[in-house]
Design a protein around this ligand. Sequence first.
Ligand code: IPM
Ligand code: MG
Length: 364
Amino acid sequence: MAVHYRVTLLPGDGIGPEIMAVAVDVLKFVGKRIGIGFEFQEALIGGAAIDAEGEPLPAATLEMCRNSDAVLLAAIGGYKWDSLPSHLRPESGLLGLRAGLGLFANLRPAKILPELINASTLKREVVEGVDIMVVRELTGGIYFGQPKGIFVTETGEKRGVNTMAYTEKEIERIGRVAFETALKRGGKLCSVDKANVLEVSQLWRSRMISLGLEYPDVELSHMYVDNCAMQLLRWPKQFDTIVTGNLFGDILSDAAAMLTGSIGMLPSASLGEGGPGVFEPVHGSAPDIAGQDKANPLAQVLSAAMMLRYGLNQPEAASQIEQAVLRVLANGDRTGDIMSEGMNLLGCRAMGDALIQVLEELKS
Ligand code: IPM
Ligand code: MG
């Protein structure tokens, strides 16, 4: 094999292991054909790690991720761990992984696939052609700002505190990723903030404006977050690339995702400066259908494609996988979450088989 990559797999919880198995099969198949060798190594994260090791991100997991070329993550969390204190919850494993690998840039595409246009809850004319990339800052803002905690005041009352803070450096580095991303797409960047109220947003906006001077080919605009939420539902086609902070990005990327009708279709990439990126579906661990072979593996498979494109710089392999996904949908294959009349209902495993079959055909 001409090239060889070490990939850490983090199947996590719920439907994670099922959808991961499909993505690994697809990667192996495409890798073999194109001449890319994968060495897969697996580690625990989230609830699975809590059960086995008593913590959501064991040091060995972070170490293994650091020593790999890319990390493919499935999903974490479930009812079982919901009542644990926050540092022991599966979610803190995910936040620890992001911070530990310095993954400050989260790319969340929301693109309508023509085959699934009826899956959207919005009208066809509103969503047809939507193709948005949300660039979310991932290791700063209110998720990580200090002070944070629940403190007891002088009167004995409890007070919960989080702090939304960004340094100029943090704003600039996510800004650069966003401008570069916009350049490779439609050339439009909308920076979303709450500068009418928050000082942190005023700094955000002024740094984005300065950075914009270095990117004359990108059309920069600004929007308040509440307006952006509304505009995403009103006329989403006005957006090309969106850049925003951690919390606003968390919320807006879910809204953007749902424009496409199924959150079960959307991948994401989390990137840092140089080291391995983490590639994961936007959806969660769906504990209600775990182990029943009902899950939609396509977001996981598309995350593997994003890993090839953004993490390993293998665009040809990535586009073969993306084409295969479009092809199975065009063939009428559907999992339950995207099922509609007249289509073939498949389980998770069978959807994986359908992908491999289509990939075999792509070859000839
Ligand atoms: C996401 C999730 C996470 C977040 C949770 C699970 C910690 O909602 O990736 O969007 O808030 O970032
Ligand atoms: Mg979220």
